[in-house]
Design a protein. Structure first.
Lengths: 393, 334
């Protein structure tokens, strides 16, 4: 590339240079649509069909599922069988389902509490799309009592452990440089575990979504976008440290806890919870390190007391929101998106905490492999891994 | 999680009767070109002429055609058919006749007609003996024997695919009463001869138990008698209770080893393969048939109240996927 300057053109010419390719694009689309030049490829094969069940609601009127079509043409649900029995159903809105749109299918089927059911949607070409209801339970309704109960669970797995972790703050203030290096590295290790955990969950969920959402690309790109945006915001006025860095960590962890809440809420909706005391304790223990991590960058400053309450709310509160949203039977692509955004936020704080850790030491390179830092990092990962074993069911 | 505790023994959900176990909508029989209700009594007797030796020559014409058919409301199946219908025409002849079946293949694949009967190897409908390519013609010729309730089907390979695509039909040979020495058996034989005075009182029904694997995964999605799932639930079979009923039943279901026929609130006599004039089983309300097995059921509703009497496969799965129907039993004038 040479750096010779372009001669300036009149505005009209420049406009024309943009309009010309646009007109060509439009023209070629019209040509393809009207002449169908690929007609000769039509080999008589039936259209590609795809149906994805995004939500399942079980209540006193039977089974309702939200079905999204993703075929090469509009699709028709001809019959519905539940447990190998053709059953009456109503589709809303009725008629063929255009590519990308979703319909509710209501089946007045007397489902049995605690048992499994299999819904088969048969298209007009005889293609069968199965949907498994692993454990049938009434889908939670959005009632005040329900919300209160779920908020309690959210507080136990989200708010409480963060608050408990933050209580180590006074003790940690007495740490010297080595102790602080250890705590910061522990935080990064914990975050590294969360990052992998979230990306794993996100890609798993994205795989369940309809093909048109391009689950894998959506997850990685939205994680990258969220990382870049938060980096840019964080470095808008210098490098974040102290209270600001603590808030960024709380935000990243908050998004992670939102995802965790979605999973718990989803488990309620799917009948899988069974969320026993043991599991709640596991979550609490697993998340205690989050409080320690949030406290880590504030050891050299004197944060106001209100900031501890705010940090707890920011990091733990989203667990409550997540359970609420998740229990109402969500579509997998939106949960995947939320988790991916959270993963980007986690990566941002990993970078910033590492940068902060390096700035606290004279030899920025050597410190990374010092016993305190390496030990803290690996210790953080190990702690998260071991405690996660309590909550993976 | 006490908020979501529910009583597992709570009353069934309101508004969800078992009447909901049904397909939604109706099949367009006109577009299909055949109606399961009409098929019950639609026997193809071909054309007859007297041979110089005094025997009767009976000629049938059968054509293989590719055709998309609606097998349950809104579900279309790319079938291979005999004469454009599934099951193919219910061919009916009489013991001792000389049969000639002119078979033309207008389909897109090689096909044949393989008869379950007694004939020479050249007429067997297997590769090298009457299996013909698209556009070709073959004439099967053999004696009508033994009498009974038989079947024919395409024997092109792979057999499973040619079978479940729709290439099968009933092949009934009525007994010749003159060949029976016992007068009682001769009377039974006479009652089976289509068109005879003794036969006129019988209500005879042609039933082919079939099924369709619409997604070609080696398991059936729709089960039926005479192709259309739930057809005889939507339009019950009218039975005059003063007259006896005789069902010519054949099982052509692929993939599932057996099928069955269960009659509600009544019992019947069963003649396995129909080759004897005395029942194989007396007073039963259920028989089972393996793939290709067939037989004759005889029963009467003479002493019954008027009403809807159900019949279905007693494999509940088959029943709930379409193989279920009703006899609408009333007096002749009712």
């Amino acid at each position: 590339m040479s750096d010779q300057s372009q001669p300036t053109r009149p505005t009209a010419i420049r406009l024309l240079l943009v309009l010309l390719p646009l007109a060509a694009i439009l023209g070629s689309f019209v040509w393809i649509a009207s002449l169908d030049p690929l007609r000769s490829f039509n080999n008589g094969a039936p259209p590609v069909e795809s149906l994805t069940v995004e939500r399942t609601v079980l209540d006193q009127t039977g089974i309702q599922i939200l079905v999204r079509a993703g075929g090469s043409e509009a699709m028709q649900i001809a019959q519905v069988a539940v447990d190998d029995a053709y059953w009456t159903f109503t589709q809303n809105p009725p008629g063929p389902i255009a590519r990308g749109s979703a319909v509710w299918v209501q089946i007045p089927y007397p489902w049995v509490l605690g048992e499994a059911h299999h819904v088969a949607l048969v298209s007009n070409t005889g293609t069968v799309f199965g949907h498994e209801i692993a454990v049938a339970v009434q889908t939670p309704k959005a009632t005040a009592g329900q919300f209160r109960m779920q908020a309690l669970v959210g507080a136990l797995v989200g708010l409480l452990p963060v608050a408990l972790g933050l209580m180590f703050y006074p003790a940690m203030r007495g740490f010297g440089t080595t102790g602080m290096n250890f705590v910061l590295a522990l935080t990064v290790g914990m975050l590294a575990f969360l990052l992998l955990d979230m990306l794993g969950e996100a890609t798993e969920l994205a795989a369940e979504a309809a093909a048109m959402f391009q689950g894998s690309a959506m997850v990685w790109l939205s994680a990258l976008a969220s990382f870049l945006l938060l980096m840019a915001i964080g470095r808008w006025r210098g490098r974040p440290e102290g209270l600001a860095l603590a808030f960024y960590i709380a935000l990243g962890i908050g998004l992670h806890n939102f995802g965790e809440g979605l999973a718990i809420g989803g488990a309620f909706a799917a009948g899988a919870a069974g969320l026993g005391t043991f599991l709640v304790l596991g979550f609490a223990l697993h998340n205690v390190t989050e409080g320690i991590g949030i406290a880590a960058p504030m050891l050299r400053i004197r944060p106001p007391l209100w900031s501890f309450a705010a940090l707890t709310l920011l990091a733990g509160g989203p667990a409550v929101l997540g359970i609420w949203v998740g229990s109402l039977a969500y579509a997998p692509q939106w949960s995947a998106l939320a988790l991916a955004v959270g993963a980007g936020a986690i990566l941002q704080v990993m970078v910033e905490v590492t940068a902060y850790l390096q700035r606290q030491n004279i030899d920025r390179q050597a410190i990374m492999f010092s016993p305190a830092v390496l030990g803290g990092f690996l210790g953080g990962i190990a702690f998260m891994y071991v405690t996660a074993a309590l909550i993976k069911v | 999680m006490t908020a979501m505790s529910a009583d597992p023994y709570a009353a069934p959900m309101s508004g969800m009767a078992h009447g909901n176990m049904t397909t939604v909508g109706r099949v367009d029989h006109d577009a299909n070109g055949f109606d399961p209700s009409a098929m019950l009594t639609d026997w193809d007797t071909g054309t007859t002429e007297l041979l110089p030796d005094g025997r009767t020559l009976r000629t049938f014409e059968v054509t293989a055609i590719d055709r998309e058919i609606e097998i349950a409301p809104g579900i279309f199946f790319p079938a291979w058919t005999f004469n454009g219908r599934v099951p193919g025409p219910a061919l009916r002849a009489k013991e001792g006749e000389w049969l000639k079946i002119i078979f033309r293949n207008y389909g897109s694949h090689p096909h044949s007609m393989h008869f379950h009967g007694i004939h020479s190897a050249r007429m067997d409908g297997v590769p090298g003996a009457g299996l013909i390519g698209p556009g070709e013609e073959f004439i099967y010729e053999f004696d009508a024997k033994p009498f009974g309730c038989h079947r024919y089907h395409c024997h092109a390979l792979p057999l499973k695919r040619h079978m479940h695509k729709g290439m099968y039909g009933l092949f009934v040979i009525d007994p010749d009463p003159a060949r029976q020495s016992d007068p009682a058996l001769s009377a039974v034989a006479a009652s089976r001869v289509l068109g005879s005075p003794e036969n006129a009182n019988w209500q005879e029904l042609a039933m082919v138990m079939n099924a369709f694997d619409t997604n070609f995964d080696g398991g059936n999605e729709v089960y039926a008698v005479n192709t259309v799932g739930q057809a005889y639930m939507n339009v019950p079979i009218r039975i005059d209770k003063t007259r006896p009923v005789r069902v010519y039943l054949v099982n052509v279901t692929e993939f599932d080893p057996i099928n069955s026929f269960h009659l509600h609130a009544n019992f019947f006599d069963y003649y396995d393969t129909g080759t004897q004039l005395t029942p194989t089983l007396r007073t039963v309300d259920l028989i089972m048939q393996c793939q290709a097995q067939r037989g004759i059921l005889e029963f009467s509703f003479a002493d019954h109240e008027d009403g809807m009497y159900m019949f279905h496969a007693h494999q509940s799965e088959f029943t709930e996927l379409g193989w279920v129907g009703m006899f609408d039993v009333r007096g002749p004038g009712a």
